[in-house]
Design a protein around this ligand. Structure first.
Ligand code: CP
Length: 315
């Protein structure tokens, strides 16, 4: 593995989950592997879990991790080719990425979508420019279109929790929110769940359908109550409209899930941060069905498995 920016193959994903579970058992199994290697964690957007878990993962492998909030502490970056830079952007991505590639052995980037320019967002322009100009392995810390480290931790959490031979029924459910949110988490979750051959049902109000490039093979059910009734795992997440890009079409009915709608053995998942009693009710977040802390904890070992594969390839 060189870059980690999306789901690649089922066998790669299964190997990463196995490695992540091994690191969870013994975090310091490879504590010398990354000695003398440095990772730059470049954030264009806020983060709690991704920032801390990736730093811990790097440290567990003996790597040095340096966090750079480039949106606040760096020069304003220009991403367009061939422009006359006579406005407010002081540095071009060509120089910035090349310089950072010279400082670090691995780069990890968080770059959210504009939610305005769909074509640019879906092309993951920012992360691909870092790949092009840094000449170093790049890990996505959440791009415009995907959040693969989150999805790897989510799939690991399902694997760890599900003790039966048959595949679980997994439901991805839209939830209410007050803001227009990106599609990266649900896109990625669908991509990984389908790639790992889980039975996936997606439930959302009309107007909130995700891009078919991510959901092909999933069952779409507009009735949330029906979708979740026999679910083993329900992944709660808000997203804005994909087809009317970044907009918030009017929603009919109450999409805040209730405990009584789920079977007793069902598990609830959310990537966090979560808005309590807007996206997910207290009774579910604080109850025994919730896997949210397990997912957050597994972010460390998911990142560690990815860094392990990347730096093993470099040696
Ligand atoms: N789930 C997740 O990526 O959390 P942060 O945005 O806090 O990193």
């Amino acid at each position: 593995m060189h870059n980690f920016i999306k789901f690649e193959t089922q066998s790669t994903a299964e190997k990463l989950i196995e490695t992540a579970l091994q690191f969870k058992e013994n975090p310091f199994l490879q504590k010398e592997l990354g000695k003398d290697l440095r990772i730059g964690l470049i954030f264009l957007n806020p983060s709690l879990r991704t920032r801390a878990s990736t730093q811990i993962a790097a440290k567990n492998l003996g790597m040095e991790a340096i966090v750079f909030n480039i949106d606040k502490e760096g020069w304003a970056l220009e991403f367009e080719e061939g422009v006359i830079m006579n406005e407010n952007k002081a540095e071009h991505i060509k120089e910035a990425a090349a310089v950072l590639g010279g400082y670090f052995d691995v780069l990890a980037i968080r770059a959210f979508p504009t939610l305005i320019d769909k074509k640019q967002d879906m092309a993951d322009k920012v992360i691909h420019q870092f790949i092009k100009y840094s000449h170093k392995p790049v890990v996505s810390l959440e791009s415009s279109s995907r959040h693969p480290l989150q999805s790897l931790a989510d799939m690991m959490s399902i694997e760890e929790t599900w003790k039966q031979d048959k595949k679980p029924k997994v439901v991805l459910s839209w939830a209410p929110h007050v803001k227009a949110l990106p599609h990266a988490v649900p896109n990625s979750f669908a991509e990984w769940a389908l790639g790992l051959e889980h039975e996936l049902v997606i439930t959302q109000p009309k107007g909130y359908e995700l891009g078919e490039q991510f959901t092909k093979g999933a069952e779409i059910e507009y009735d949330q109550e029906k979708a979740v009734a026999d679910a083993d795992f329900v992944y709660i997440k808000n997203w804005s409209s994909y087809h009317d890009y970044g907009k918030l079409p009017e929603v009919e009915g109450n999409w805040l899930l209730q405990d009584h709608q789920l079977k007793e053995s069902a598990k609830i998942m959310h990537c966090l941060p979560v808005r309590r009693n807007l996206e997910l009710a207290d009774e579910l977040l604080d109850g025994s069905k919730s896997l949210v802390q397990l997912q957050a904890n597994n972010r460390i070992y998911a990142a560690q498995a990815v860094l392990f594969e990347i730096i093993s390839n470099m040696k």
